[in-house]
Design a binder for this molecule. Structure first.
Ligand code: EMZ
Length: 385
């Protein structure tokens, strides 16, 4: 398979059935596959809950066994969801500011320049992971040097080479966040930790546990997703050097290109919901206290919505993709993620003309009868000026 090709794993099931089934640690999931139904279910947060009692259950694979802290606002439903969102939203929109963008551009330029000097760059670890971690220092508003530690954690904070749910690894993150919160209590600064510790929701200061919940989400939610998007974009341009040239000559195309790449790659395949009452989805009976998932990756290839869904059309005009989710729980980190990709495309198109792939190893997600290419375990390339 071409490195830039990401097949639609759900086509047959989506067209024939609308629902796909998979097991996950004996807690099966009915995956909602059609764009229209995915959006409909995302709206019905009362019937399809994110904030139930079992923390971690909406993630697939379920994180019930490795996590006790509720991620905020991701695992909180309305009306409290909105109260959290109101204090978080302005902070997570900072990436649009001039100063932030300038700093982000510097981080990205430096990584590209560094890569241009090497004749073999492993994009996942040496490019995407570094970029994601360094950019995260801006989102948290803490010193740049902190990124080195996060880089040493690897591409996923809960997953290791040996396990998809590695409790020891998860504990490294939890202990680290606990320590940072205690530091911020002793020495307040302008970091996200301090800002949250000083914030109130419904007239009450956030608890340490709530601050931890926001931080776990900030570390975990935007990690492998951003890393995959960066890596997959490099893979795409390695086989489409003309597109890189096109973006260089038409930088106004970059916004559309970002949305299209994010649609095509759908870095987060799906997100679960817990069903609160017996109901029907796509004419399938769904029982209370079971799980469905909103399969963003499948919805993004729905031929009823997207013309030529399996082609990357960089200047696609109408693009109602759901890669950042939909409705109440849409992605809080989307502004940061989009800004990373915009600047990456801009700098890459200015500085690089050819990307030659040396070796690659695909990362396939196993979802019952479905196997989905979501990114790469490794991608070795050489950048040329
Ligand atoms: C959770 C999730 C959030 C989860 C938007 O996605 O991302 C996953 O990678 C994490 O494992 O805990 O944060």
């Amino acid at each position: 398979m071409k490195v830039s090709e990401f097949p639609d794993a759900f086509k047959k099931a989506r067209e024939e059935n609308g629902i796909g089934e998979m097991d996950d640690q004996n807690d099966p999931v009915k995956m909602v596959l059609r764009h229209k139904e995915v959006r409909k279910c995302a709206h019905q947060w009362q019937n399809f809950q994110s904030g139930g009692d079992e923390v971690g259950r909406i993630v697939i694979p379920s994180e019930v066994k490795i996590r006790e802290t509720r991620q905020i606002p991701f695992e909180v439903d309305p009306p409290k969801h909105k109260s959290f969102r109101d204090i978080l939203e302005p902070w997570f929109k900072r990436p649009l500011g001039k100063d932030y963008s300038t700093k982000l551009a510097k981080i990205i330029e430096e990584i590209i320049e560094e890569s241009l000097k090497s004749n073999n760059v492993e994009i996942v670890e040496e490019f995407a992971l570094k970029l994601q971690s360094r950019a995260l220092t801006l989102l948290l508003n803490i010193p740049y040097s902190e990124a080195d530690l996060w880089i040493s954690w690897g591409t996923h904070v809960f997953r290791s080479d040996t396990s998809d749910l590695d409790a020891d690894k998860a504990n490294i993150l939890y202990d680290y966040i606990d320590k940072q919160i205690d530091c911020a209590i002793k020495n307040p600064s302008e970091s996200l930790y301090s800002v949250l510790l000083n914030s109130e929701v419904n007239g009450k200061k956030l608890t340490k546990e709530e601050v931890k919940g926001v931080l776990i989400l900030t570390f975990a939610g935007g990690r492998d997703t951003v890393i995959n998007t960066i890596t997959n974009s490099i893979a795409y341009f390695s086989e489409h050097p003309k597109s890189l040239e096109l973006l260089k000559e038409n930088p106004t195309m970059i916004n559309n290109a970002v949305e299209e790449l994010i649609r095509y790659f759908s870095p987060l395949t799906q997100m679960g919901r817990v069903v609160t009452k017996d109901t029907y989805v796509c004419e399938h009976a769904i029982k209370a206290d079971t799980r469905i998932s909103l399969n963003w990756a499948s919805a993004n290839r729905d031929e009823k919505v997207f013309e030529n869904p399996n082609d990357v059309v960089l200047d696609r005009k109408v693009n109602p993709h759901v890669s950042f989710g939909f409705g109440t729980h849409n992605c809080l980190g989307a502004t940061h993620a989009r800004q990373i990709l915009r600047i990456l495309l801009s700098k890459l198109s200015q500085k690089v003309t050819l990307i030659e792939v040396i070796t690659s190893k695909e990362n396939l997600e196993n979802l019952g009868e479905f196997n989905r290419k979501v990114g790469f375990d490794s991608l070795n390339v050489q950048f040329k000026k």
